[in-house]
Design a protein around this ligand. Structure first.
Ligand code: HT7
Ligand code: ZN
Length: 872
């Protein structure tokens, strides 16, 4: 397949002035009649006179141009699109198409999920509903008539407002929806089914009334309360933070069980994976409650950053996704603890995006080409893109940053914009020159910043020498220096924060945290007024998505962990200390005194008076095996796993009394969703896992917790501890859990996930067995991710079994899935792409599976692109 390139962008030849659809879902076969009013785009190149209507998965029954029938066969391009050579300055195109929603297993376009019909059009799903110029820079107002069986589908929804509804005959009814906001086809949605609705109202800052309607299958009614409350908080926050109000009279959210991603921001009609909208104490953990609030916020924020101002083409994807993830992060920081949120964001960035940046799929935040756009909904576009937005704010200041966002939204309202447009607004709003900064969009790879220092006691000047280097990535062998905001603090020997005053600057500009702007490959910063040699606290708040290297001693790290006033930096120091101990252990060269030092640091964190339990829990959580692997040139996953498990055992034993005390401090009250109680549960459950890691005699505590808890957080924590064990009572408990919750799909997903990520030597055999379990299916993405995705990403030691069985298992399922759901198949394949990082035996076995996949005939372009790029 030919790649699509950014440099080949051409404006569309035609605008759609009106799109009218009639979608009849009353039979097995859906029938779609479309009537498009089109006008030539004056900005198009004069030679671009052809009208291209993308189409796939459709049987085209009729095609008319201005009332005249055309022969579709004569207009078909190789990729299935219809190309009408020169339909004139204005024209009307009418089509009739048919397809079978139940056969749409790719979950792109219009498909069935359970008994309901729903759509997913981003990125290129609309062309699977009707022939259309399916590109984000073609914006149109839509009027949609939906027809369906009255009993099977009493609820008929689409974007905008319902302007008419009624019965058609004894069996069928209809509804007409009109969306006045011109939108690209990827934001189109319809839903039809027998759905329960929970409704509340929201009054906007300017006094408009908005109806908020959440639709679920009847069995899930009553599980949308938390999502509704989250939505109201998000709406209020966006008004207060950015002055942005909602713009339609209704905001609808539909919960769907079969969904390829988390949720979709369709105008006025969001479609959500049930996982990110339903929440009840029995079916969702504290983390799920947080996930619901985050995704509800994210999709709502898209109404401005994505919908009112959309993307010109898919190379601009981070324009909406990076900005919206950043807004989601700001929202989460405002609703809970900013430091804890930041730690979680960084954990995710380091475990998902840093490896991507270092692997064969590495690409810039603005990619230059793609074969299948679905493969570019990545951690780089989303999470690194959000970091880029955060850096604008760090460098420009909060007020100019918000001014820039407002200017961007006002100037481009109703348009399809580019990343350059956004950057230009930021420059105008701040007066800053962001040309060098723009490299963050164009250069892939994680910059490495090496810091060295020297101290001149006579001048009382402390100098930081900074060197930056961005490693080569595919197609980008050489990189230019980046504009990096490096937030720095200094601590005196007694732990007191020192002002950071750059030499030559007035003293009143000094601050305790200072953002140094790195622009050169090498540069130095002199800090005046340091009577003693300070300890530097670097990259405070993770001010840039870089890796910093500074020769801290273990004592320095322990000191920072105990004393740094910046909570993020404290956590980071603890992680670095643990990384050192663990990597030395994994290399078979234990660090003398390392364990004792870490134990002392943990003890300090556990005994710190008045400590925030949420931060304590983060500090006591060891770096993940994935993050540890990321630090090594050549990875032996078993050695890393053994080192981490060994350290957990040692800490479990050394601090038994502390862990026991923490378990006892569990809230004990009936479950309630609150950040404070969630932090206490998290700490208590972490303590339980250390206790059992220290000695299996504590398993009984887990069994009791599983039986007695009134909420899924505690049950699942107990279940996870039990799943690590091969003891018969643990296996019985796991079986009993399934029996009890077998009718709750989201809980069954967790049951699969817990076993897939279990730290027991035979987890691979367990996963093989579970792929044959009657509740396992590849047709449900949540289920496939819960078993196969969780295993390949969350159980490195067993997935990377040296005999290659884990790789074969994954490859078999990727191939089985490819014909049905290529988007999901390509995502599951991801972990195999890192084959070059592993020791020779595993490397060879991984490569063999990639080659086997690539040798299959009729591979989707999704899987083909990932497999072939991995092997390049
Ligand atoms: N904008 C959406 C991204 C998306 C998607 C969602 C569901 C299924 C397939 C999808 N392809 C792309 C989700 C978001 O970022 O908010
Ligand atoms: Zn998004």
């Amino acid at each position: 397949p030919q790649p699509v390139r950014l440099e080949d962008y051409r404006p569309p030849a035609y605008h759609v002035e009106q799109a009218r659809l009639r979608i009849d879902l009353s039979g097995e076969t859906a029938r779609v009649d479309a009537r498009l009013e089109l006008r030539r785009n004056p900005a198009a190149a004069p030679e671009d006179t052809a009208l291209r209507l993308d189409a796939e998965f459709l049987e085209l029954e009729a095609l008319h141009l201005d009332g005249e029938a055309l022969d579709p066969a004569a207009l078909r391009a190789a990729d299935g699109a219809l190309v009408i050579p020169d339909p004139g300055a204005r024209c009307r195109v009418e089509t009739t198409s048919r397809f079978r929603p139940a056969e749409n297993t790719a979950l792109s376009g219009l498909y069935r999920s359970g008994r309901m019909y729903c759509t997913q059009c981003e990125a290129e799903g609309f062309r699977r509903i009707t022939p259309y110029p399916d590109r984000p820079d073609v914006l149109a107002p839509f009027t949609t008539t939906l027809i369906a069986d009255r009993t099977a589908c009493p609820v008929l929804l689409s974007n905008g407002d319902c302007i008419e509804a009624g019965a058609l005959d004894e069996q069928r009814h209809y509804a007409v929806w009109h969306d006045p906001y011109p939108k690209p086809a990827y934001l189109f949605a319809v839903v039809a089914g027998d759905l329960s609705c929970q409704e509340e109202r929201f009054t906007t800052a300017s006094g408009r009334e908005v109806a908020l309607r959440f639709y679920t299958e009847p069995g899930n009614a009553g599980r949308t309360e938390h999502a509704l409350a989250s939505l109201k908080r998000a709406m209020r926050w966006d008004e207060q933070q950015y002055g942005l109000e909602y713009d339609l009279d209704t905001y609808m959210v539909v919960a769907v069980g079969d969904f390829n991603m988390g949720a979709m921001e369709n105008k006025g009609l969001n479609v959500f994976n049930t996982q990110f909208v339903l929440a009840s104490p029995d079916t969702a953990t504290d983390a799920d409650y947080e996930g619901v609030e985050a995704v509800i916020g994210h999709e709502y924020f898209h109404n401005w950053t994505g919908n009112r101002v959309t993307c010109r083409d898919w190379f601009q994807l981070s324009l909406k996704e990076g900005l919206t993830v950043f807004r989601e992060h700001q929202f989460a920081e405002a609703m809970g603890s900013a430091a804890i949120e930041r730690i979680r964001q960084v954990r995710l960035l380091r475990s998902a995006q840093f490896p991507e940046d270092a692997g064969p799929m590495a690409h810039p935040v603005q990619p230059k080409s793609y074969v299948e756009i679905n493969n570019f909904y990545t951690a780089t576009v989303y999470a690194k893109g959000a970091e880029v937005i955060r850096m604008y704010r760090t460098l420009l200041g909060d007020t100019p940053f918000r001014r820039g966002v407002r200017r961007y939204l006002e100037r481009h309202d109703g348009e399809a914009a580019t990343i350059d447009d956004f950057l230009a607004c930021m420059e105008e709003a701040s007066g800053a020159d962001l040309q060098q900064f723009s490299r963050w969009y164009h250069q892939a790879g994680t910059p490495q910043v090496t810091v060295r220092d020297e101290y001149d006691p006579e001048r009382e000047v402390y100098t930081l020498h900074c060197r930056q280097h961005t490693p080569a990535t595919p197609e980008q062998p050489r990189k230019a220096p980046m504009h990096i905001p490096l937030a720095v603090g200094l601590l005196g020997p007694d732990g007191a924060p020192l002002p950071v005053q750059l030499a030559g600057e007035p003293a009143d500009e000094a601050a305790h945290t200072r953002v140094l702007e790195l622009r050169e490959a090498e540069e130095r910063f002199e800090i005046a007024g340091c009577p003693q040699r300070p300890t530097p606290s670097l990259l405070r708040g993770f001010s840039a998505p870089v890796a910093v290297e500074y020769p801290y001693s273990d004592d320095d790290l322990a000191f920072l962990l105990a004393r740094d006033p910046d909570p993020f930096a404290r956590w980071e120091a603890g992680q670095q200390l643990a990384v050192r101990v663990l990597l030395a252990e994994a290399a078979g060269e234990p660090r003398p005194g390392g364990l004792e030092r870490l134990e002392a640091a943990f003890r300090g964190a556990l005994e710190a008076p008045g400590a925030d339990p949420a931060l304590t829990a983060e500090v006591l959580t060891l770096p993940s095996e994935t993050y540890l692997a990321e630090q090594l040139e050549v990875v032996d996953p078993q050695a890393i796993h053994d080192a981490r498990a060994g350290l957990r055992r040692a800490l479990g034993q050394a601090l038994t009394a502390h862990w026991q005390a923490l378990c006892e401090q569990h809230p004990g009250r009936p479950w309630r969703h609150s950040a404070e109680e969630a932090a206490q549960r998290r700490l208590a459950n972490l303590a339980l896992s250390y206790l059992v890691a220290g000695s299996p005699r504590h398993l009984d505590r887990a069994l009791q917790q599983l039986e007695r808890s009134d909420n899924l957080t505690d049950r699942l924590a107990a279940l996870a501890v039990l799943a690590d064990s091969e003891a018969p009572q643990a296996e019985r408990a796991i079986e009993a859990f399934h029996q009890r919750w077998r009718d709750e799909p989201l809980v069954v997903d967790k049951w699969f996930r817990v076993q897939a990520t279990a730290s027991r030597p035979d987890a691979l055999e367990q996963v093989e067995r579970l792929t044959r379990h009657p509740d396992f299916t590849l047709d449900n993405p949540n289920r496939a991710r819960a078993l196969l995705g969780a295993f390949a990403q969350g159980n490195p030691a067993c997935f990377h079994s040296p005999d290659g069985r884990g790789y074969r298992l994954l490859a078999d399922h990727v191939l089985a899935l490819d014909a049905r759901n290529p988007q999901l198949a390509a995502r599951l394949l991801g972990p195999l792409s890192h084959w070059r990082r592993y020791e020779p035996q595993r490397r060879t076995a991984m490569r063999e599976q990639l080659e086997r996949i690539l040798a299959q005939p009729a591979l989707s372009k999704d899987v083909h692109e990932v497999a072939s790029r991995s092997l390049e």
